[in-house]
Design a protein around this ligand. Structure first.
Ligand SMILES: *Cc1c(COP(=O)(O)O)cnc(C)c1O
Length: 376
């Protein structure tokens, strides 16, 4: 029987009911486990395994459509585990040039280890042209923060024909929004700090794969570098998964309503949301995604306008994350590093009531415009 997302999410990774046992056992805080005699596992030492991770990893594996999952202390720990465990000196790695900033920063490290790095944009499946002799191809779709998409199936087929492995950063979509492994990728990787856990109170990441050898590589990497999740974070994450489908539905609903409203505002340029039927990313997104996510990007006239807009919002906090139940936004250019205009806004929709959110955004845009006129 194939379960719906809601049914899947509430039951994922929960142990079979047992009289007197809690439905989801609490976090297990242990640096070591009693271990007389032969050191047989799974629970030997706290850096190797933990029962709270085991349950969370089983849950995420179910959401990924069946996969072996290794959880990490952060999304970057998960990204680095795949990239650095799979690359040797002389290997060719293909990265998107518009990926999450920190992923791109792995380029320098890879090159210092003697690997060759090629980069190309996400849009138009441009990485297809860089596959010759590659060992690992990294995709991020939709990309962050520009929200371009690429065809995972198409690139994975071409990469496999060259003998390359394919990893997808699936942070924005989550496994209920897009299943990279079903689309042919070897690794589905995510920062679970974002929409997956959605409450803005923890950092976590995971790697999912259906290949036992690749899973073992990633698990050994975690043990070697010690990038392990805290039991409290793992337990909070597992608890959060039950509401993932509800949160994703509402975030996507708010994002679409926001995108539709912004298109009528004269201050707004370069509006992007993969869920808008005429967005350049829509066709690919519609083929491979089941939710279009809760991130909308757009450009306001200039930096002062964008700053006035952000500080005039009442329901939306300024923060550099996305996927939370609370809406947040930021002027992305403040970090440098992304190729975005000074007035570029990355907006993450939470689960507030749509009308309240839209009203807040309209008043903030109007206020930002008026203040500009007064100042001139
Ligand atoms: C946030 C993010 C990461 C890094 O995750 P952390 O949990 O902050 O380490 C990686 N990829 C994408 C697309 C992200 O948005």
């Amino acid at each position: 029987m194939t379960l719906g997302d809601g049914t899947l999410a509430v039951g994922a990774g929960r142990p079979a009911p047992e009289k007197g046992a809690p439905p989801l056992p609490g976090p297990v805080f242990a640096a070591y486990y009693h271990l007389p005699g032969e050191p047989t596992g799974p629970y030997t030492y706290g850096r190797d395994e933990n029962p709270t991770w085991t349950l969370l990893e089983a849950a995420i594996g179910e959401l990924e459509g069946g996969a072996e999952v290794t959880s990490f202390s952060s999304g970057m720990a998960a990204v680095a585990a795949v990239v650095l465990s799979q690359t040797r000196a002389g290997d060719v790695v293909v990265l998107p040039d518009d990926s999450y900033m920190q992923t791109r920063s792995l380029r320098e490290r890879l090159e210092s280890y003697g690997a060759q790095v090629r980069t190309g944009p996400t849009a138009g499946d441009a990485q297809l042209r860089l596959l010759d002799g590659a060992r690992l191809v990294w995709l991020e779709t939709p990309s962050n923060p520009n929200l371009d998409t690429c065809d995972i199936h198409r690139i994975a087929d071409a990469a496999h024909a060259q003998g390359a492995l394919v990893a997808v950063d699936n942070t924005l979509a989550t496994p209920l929004g897009q299943r990279p492994l079903d689309l042919g990728a070897d690794f589905s990787v995510a920062s679970d700090t974002k929409a997956m856990t959605g409450h803005g109170d923890l950092l976590l990441g995971h790697v999912a794969t259906r290949d036992p050898k690749l899973a073992a590589d990633v698990r050994l990497w975690r043990k070697t570098v010690g990038a392990i999740p805290g039991p409290m974070e793992a337990w909070l994450a597992h608890r959060s998964l039950a509401t993932l489908p509800l949160r994703l539905d509402r975030q996507a609903e708010n994002a679409l309503a926001l995108a539709r409203a912004l298109r009528h505002r004269p201050e707004v340029a370069d509006l992007r949301y993969p869920g808008l039927p005429d967005d350049p990313a829509h066709d690919t997104a519609a083929r491979q995604m089941r939710h279009f996510g809760g991130v909308v990007s757009f450009t306001l006239p200039d930096e002062p306008f964008a700053e006035r807009f952000l500080s005039s919002l009442r329901l939306v906090t300024q923060a550099t994350s996305f996927g939370s139940v609370h809406s947040s936004a930021e002027r992305r250019a403040r970090w440098g590093g992304d190729t975005v205009a000074p007035g570029f806004i990355r907006f993450s929709t939470g689960i507030e009531d749509t009308e309240d959110l839209l009203a807040d955004i309209h008043q903030a845009l109007t206020k930002a415009g008026q203040a500009g006129e007064v100042g001139q």
